[in-house]
Design a protein around this ligand. Sequence first.
Ligand code: NDP
Ligand code: 8X3
Length: 251
Amino acid sequence: MTKTALITGATSGIGRATAALFATNGIKLILCGRRQDRLDALQSELGQQTEVHVLNFDVRDRKAVFAGIKSVPKSFSSIDILINNAGNAHGLDPIDKGNMDDWDAMLDINVKGLLYVSKAIIPKMVERGMGHIINIGSTAGKEVYPKGNVYCASKHAVDAINQGMRIDLNPYGIRVGAVNPGLVETEFSNVRFKGDEARAHGVYQGFEPLRPEDIADIIYFVVTRPQHVNIADLIVMPTAQASSTILNRKP
Ligand code: NDP
Ligand code: 8X3
């Protein structure tokens, strides 16, 4: 049976690569993001391989999240797979110098936004007694690194929410798991450093980072396991990375 997946943060990086791989494999897609031009491009590009519906909302906007998800056509309304991927780091500052707007953005998007989207989708999964939720965490949700403070807190929250969802949804046969990447070259650092391309580029110099397609492959593997198999928590780093602070970077 054709499955339907909703992917947040589908306009870039890990979300976009996952959407492309899902489309190749005929999974029906509801793709979410805020950049309409990119959503339109995804619709026409991936629409050649599978059925695609796009939704434009900011995950921070609770009403928009619920209205958007409620608005999907009936043929997309049974969501089998939820990829909670939208999120970013904003800034990299020691705690005493942190920008409170950055703190709000990370907690509102990475934590509360993930919760709003989940809340809009989970009740129907419960009703149907089926579903699969993949929460995109991070190595930053497993350890804390200098100046990572609030981003790490937001991803530690995702780790806790992932565990909590798995416990609470256990009676309903809903699979819940997290994929926690280390350094992946996407627009992540452009956002973190507020458009400073040179600084963003520097993050991935001197070693081979993960590519968004590497994470998409893993997500596709996770969602294609047999029904009795739930990959609960997975950490993936570039070979050059041993932890958030240990990186075999060559000059
Ligand atoms: P990108 O910046 O490339 O993609 C982020 C995506 O999130 C975009 O599609 C963006 O879409 C969406 N997004 C951001 N803010 C909002 C918002 N307020 N409302 C709706 N959508 C939003 O980064 P990545 O692909 O790297 O990041 C994806 C996830 O992976 C994030 O949760 C990140 O924390 C996590 N991660 C990334 C790692 C990395 O090294 N890159 C490592 C570990 C985890 P739009 O702007 O169109 O709204
Ligand atoms: C992204 C990985 O190490 O840049 O979550 O925080 S890191």
